[in-house]
Ligand binder design. Sequence first.
Ligand SMILES: *Cc1c(COP(=O)(O)O)cnc(C)c1O
Length: 427
Amino acid sequence: MKHLNEMYQELGISETVLAYGNQIEAQLKERFEAIDQTAEYNQLKVIHAMQKHKVSEACLSASTGYGYNDLGRDTLEAVYAEAFHTEAALVRPQIACGTHALTLALSGNLRPGDELLSPVGKPYDTLEEVIGIRPSRGSLKEYGVTYRQVDLLPDGSFDFENIKKAINEKTKLVEIQRSKGYLTRPTLSVAQIGELIRFIKGIKPDVICMVDNCYGEFVETIEPTDVGADLIVGSLIKNPGGGLAPIGGYIAGKQEYVENAAYRLTSPGLGKEVGATLGVNAAFYQGFFLAPTVVAGALKGAVFAANIYESLGFDVVPNSKESRHDIIQAVTFHDPEGVIAFCKGIQAAAPVDSYVDPEPWAMPGYDSDVIMAAGAFIQGSSIELSADGPIKPPYTVYFQGGLTWNHAKLGILMSLEKLVNKGIVVL
Ligand SMILES: *Cc1c(COP(=O)(O)O)cnc(C)c1O
């Protein structure tokens, strides 16, 4: 049998890089233990939800056509609602992506004359066209929904004074984005989200508090719905799909608001009653079952990367010690070659398309070239090990995912190997 070091060497990891990585990993025992404890709690939460709602073999089969009385679909929605402690959930393959799920939750619950408020600064890029911050056909703005935004204070905290001023008789829905996404602000903890919701409801109790939960599910033992959120929304090719869901999104929360979103997804009157699952049920269930441990693997990868690159003198967000509230890790190289080498390493470690050499390109919708690394089983899946970075100052790469900690470790070691080979890092 080959020694483990030889296995790494065969994949392209030198003794020096492996030794460096192992020495960092050895310092992370306590962090990893805490991550495993969260996963243990969340695993039980999911199993309890599945048992309570009597998930059966029949739930795993497919429906076609209208999909009336799809037991698997309806039970899965009850399982999501149970796990997230909500009245209802909508979990569907007809939801194309996270942006689509967010659009359904917003457009289903806002009416002409209503106002949408983001009290945490600019929302995720793709929502700019949904809301109409950037003009777009079919935006909420076209339908007479206005938008207000209150930025976070320079230290990343809530601007309570201006949030209070921004809430008015038109304010119908407040959108709170949990993850920093591709901004440099800190990701919000569930406790912080709870504090914000309490403040907002204190001013206007009937306002709908919706949380963009993308990349946040199962990172903590509680979710925003445990601290007062009326709706949480996310993508199934991120955390809750566990890497197995081939498509989909979810919305969980108060019955009425979930129903409103379902009326948008299908049509008024039909709502959740239609929507065939075409055979994805088994992957949705199994993915949700695996999600707590998959998220744990991704988190370990993010913590490992933060510690490696911080120790080498690069800026990392979150830093090596900070507590985690999403699975995204940013590393700033202040050098385009650093971003490129990092991404090439992530790609080279992938189980799929490892032989592909990613290059920066002018992606539509971006104001600079972007390099992306993804060797995923599911196209675009970012719960799988992936990285991307715009080729512009400060030359930051965003890295996330990893279906297993072992793969995340290999990917990060490979990124380091490429940086060493380029002479950007000297060990
Ligand atoms: C990924 C993401 C979205 C959008 O999801 P897509 O599946 O890419 O459409 C929205 N908000 C946040 C915070 C995200 O991370």
